[in-house]
Design a binder for this molecule. Structure first.
Ligand code: ZN
Length: 334
């Protein structure tokens, strides 16, 4: 499978909008989109947005112009950020001040508030992807209110995709920031390396992951992280797929690696335990409730799944279903 199709299997990767990036700096065009009767504005409050509909057909419920005016009159909101053109109309995101504790009550007439992890499981993949896009931009703006050079306030330009310093004689621009992190499935012969951190839920295991450091390639980051966390030497590294992970601003870069030795040594104490699993041991662990795999919205699950399913027979999802596996409830969103 090529990388484009493999990435589309990951949550938050299905582009539901035509972003029209080339038109963001055209203020007349943006104003025209904002003035359209079919405009939809997604409020983003503490990592949540509005959804409506029943459990089987839940959708993002953007505010119309009247709803937007009501929100603007009742609480502090940011400037609308242009996301793109949706088949139903132009879409904007709107940051609602996190200090507005009663935002869910104010927004209750328009729908209910949902966090992005829940949305990844409950919304159509294209809808969840639009939400991920909106959350990432809104929270990036929120974390970069001041210029790092002179401390003056930043003002959004280019429909919210650039922040420009308002300080006289400065005017420094900032662009949406993401932190690259590698995540890697390590295999030795017919076994996969899984480890757990002490703070995770009991029996929860996952693949190795970590942030890319300045001055190293993605592949070097893979080799270093596996060595640090598990002491396992990696001899082959293959890119798999990627996933936006706006919790709050990561891009996960997924790899498959081959180890030359199965001796484990927990060098940096990030993991409290790591071990090698055969496919049969994973099935047994899931059936006996002695192993929890990562949430199925995560690229870590996909990396394990691709390896597991390669052998043919039951897929990892079928195994979890048969085991009556309950996915970990989404933790509170950051
Ligand atoms: Zn400045």
């Amino acid at each position: 499978m090529d990388h484009l199709r493999r990435s589309l299997l990951n949550c938050y990767t299905m582009q539901g909008l035509d972003r029209k990036a080339e038109l963001r700096s055209n203020t007349d065009w943006i104003a025209e989109q904002f003035g359209r009767s079919d405009v939809g504005v997604m409020p983003i409050w503490r990592g949540h947005t509005l959804v409506s509909g029943t459990k089987d057909d839940r959708r993002i419920a953007p505010l119309d112009t009247a709803g937007l005016e009501e929100m603007q009159s009742r609480c502090r909101v940011g400037k609308p950020i242009f996301l793109g053109l949706h088949p139903d109309g132009p879409r904007f995101a709107l940051t609602v001040d996190g200090e507005t504790a009663d935002a869910p009550d104010l927004l209750a007439p328009f729908g209910e508030m949902m966090d992005l992890r829940t949305a990844g499981r409950e919304l159509h993949p294209a809808e969840a992807s639009v939400f991920a896009h909106a959350k990432a931009l809104s929270e990036w703006q929120d974390r970069h209110r001041f210029c790092p050079a002179c401390g003056s306030t930043n003002e959004p330009v280019d429909a919210g995709h650039v922040l420009k310093c308002s300080g006289e004689g400065c005017g420094r621009s900032q662009f949406p920031r993401m932190d690259p992190a590698i995540i890697v499935r390590v295999v030795f012969e017919d076994r996969i390396l899984l480890g757990r951190q002490a703070v995770w839920a009991p029996h929860q295991y996952s693949v190795v992951a970590g942030f890319v450091e300045p001055g190293e390639s993605l592949e070097q980051a893979v080799v270093r992280e596996v060595e640090e966390e598990a002491g396992v030497p990696v001899v082959e590294v293959h890119y798999q797929s990627s996933q936006p992970w706006p919790f709050p601003g990561n891009i996960m870069l997924g790899f498959a690696a081959v180890a030359s030795d199965d001796q484990i040594s927990l060098n940096d104490n990030e993991l409290e335990h790591a071990r090698w699993y055969t496919r049969e041991e994973i099935v047994t662990g899931l059936n006996e409730r002695s192993l929890r795999v990562p949430p199925n919205i995560s690229i870590s699950f996909r990396l394990i799944e691709h390896w597991f399913n390669d052998a043919g027979g039951d897929t990892l999802l079928e195994v979890t279903e048969r085991a009556g596996y309950e996915w970990t409830p989404p933790p509170r969103s950051s």
